[in-house]
Design a protein around this ligand. Structure first.
Ligand code: SF4
Ligand code: SF4
Length: 422
């Protein structure tokens, strides 16, 4: 049976063919067990060293920023692409007893318990208050967009990786994934990526921005989950682990699905990273929004033309993708993620991001011209369509790559080569 996923969008599910996605088949997981992908991944080291030596696109300075950007994510939430539940993304509160005031909240005190029960009862009658509060707190912690989706088991991985040390050569293993009972909602957090850093994709300082996006995902989702747990609710923070983020983001009203396989938001276009918090707290779900992305993508195809690995489809949406890393039984655009990943490894420019840079929905939000683009997006684009919209975007010069020296404010290569001559 074929079902629409959202009433106001064209995306559908074939309930006979659809299966929850097994995390084992994500590209990152496949580096742990698939010899073909392991061979691709091995190229990365030589690509990075070659880039640094030639100073081509990405320099030592850019890679240093990338390493620093990933620092918090790797040190404190290393499992956000694997099994989750560790460091900042722990499923349980593990406040250090050294911090006496916060750890007092986890005391088995009957008055504390009674206060939590009273609060929870009052919130059951006023879920709108908690919804507003959660959004306010998420924004305070650094979220740029927040929405609430109804929990939907279809997008939760069927299995999750058990041993994240497979990257270090240990055996790859996985287990069926069970979230705690009673989860009702998924709070979806959108984090803006920097327009000017993403202008340098692929490579350059865009790599640091992507890495720091992952660090922020862990900080914001982990902190928001702790806020809800301290109020007595179950709250499970998640980065790329546990579930596919985009369908939740669409349900939460953050944006629409696109040809390049990413979420397109109204304000930032595709320039966002997503994190989520699953919870049993009573909340009011948001509604999916539609602002013409599907119709624009049908004709635009700029991402497909500019993709260096030709991984993005030019045709209409389909029922299946070309690789085992694509979900089955969903009518949508499928990116060939093997081609995409192979390019990342071959180029040594992590996360590429050319598709994000060139998309006409990607515009700077700190300029007065943003309002002209917003007007165009809402009122003109639906009339002129994606083909003309893309041409206008090209004429205005959007989407061109800039070197990272434009962001640093000096040319790293020039300084280093001058020093050598001395
Ligand atoms: S570049 Fe064009 S086709 Fe690709 S996602 Fe953006 S709007 Fe859609
Ligand atoms: S990240 Fe790069 S290689 Fe991958 S789909 Fe986008 S443009 Fe293509």
């Amino acid at each position: 049976m074929v079902e629409k996923i959202w009433d106001n969008m064209p995306w559908k599910i074939d309930t006979e063919k659809f299966k929850r996605f097994d995390q084992k088949y994500t590209m990152f997981s496949r580096t742990g067990w698939d010899p073909e992908i392991q061979t691709m991944a091995k190229k990365t080291v030589e690509s990075v060293i070659r880039n640094i030596k030639k100073g081509n696109r990405s320099t030592l300075l850019d890679y240093a920023l990338m390493s620093a950007g990933w620092w918090v994510a790797m040190k404190s939430a290393p499992y956000q692409m694997d099994h989750g539940d560790g460091g900042l993304l722990s499923w349980k509160s593990d406040i250090s007893p050294v911090f006496t005031i916060a750890s007092a909240l986890w005391n088995e005190n009957s008055e504390l318990k009674r206060e939590r029960e009273k609060f929870q009862k009052s919130i059951e009658k006023n879920p709108d208050i908690l919804s507003r509060t959660v959004k306010k707190v998420a924004k305070y912690f650094g979220a740029d967009l927040v929405g609430i989706a109804q929990f939907d088991i279809r997008w939760v991985y069927s299995h999750r990786i058990l041993n994240p040390r497979y990257h270090l050569g240990e055996e790859f293993s996985e287990d069926p994934l069970d979230l705690p009972e009673g989860i009702k909602y998924c709070i979806v957090i959108g984090i803006e990526e920097d327009y000017y850093m993403q202008e340098t994709a692929d490579g350059g300082v865009s790599m640091g921005d992507v890495g720091f996006g992952y660090s922020k995902m862990a900080i914001i989702a982990g902190s928001l989950a702790e806020f809800l747990r301290a109020l007595g609710f179950t709250a499970i923070p998640s980065g790329n682990d546990l579930a596919i983020s985009i369908p939740y983001a669409i349900s939460a009203g953050l944006g629409e699905f696109s040809r390049m396989g990413l979420l397109i938001t109204r304000k930032y276009g595709p320039r966002v990273r997503l994190a989520k918090v699953f919870t049993n707290a009573p909340l009011v779900p948001d509604r999916p929004i539609k602002f013409g992305v599907y119709e624009f993508c049908l004709k635009c195809k700029k991402c497909a033309e500019k993709c260096p690995s030709q991984a993005i489809p030019y045709g209409d949406p389909e029922w299946e993708g070309d690789t085992q890393s694509n979900i089955k039984g969903v009518y949508k655009w499928y990116v060939n993620v093997e081609k995409c990943f192979e390019y990342w490894c071959r180029s040594g420019n992590s996360a590429c991001g050319v598709c994000v840079r060139v998309c006409p929905y990607n515009k700077p939000v700190d300029k007065a011209s943003y309002y002209i683009h917003a007007f165009f997006r809402e009122y003109i684009a639906p009339i002129v369509g994606g083909e003309i919209g893309k041409k206008l975007d090209d004429v205005m010069g959007y989407g061109k790559r800039k070197s990272s020296s434009s962001w640093w404010g000096f040319d790293y290569r020039e300084i280093v080569s001058k020093t050598k001559e001395d």
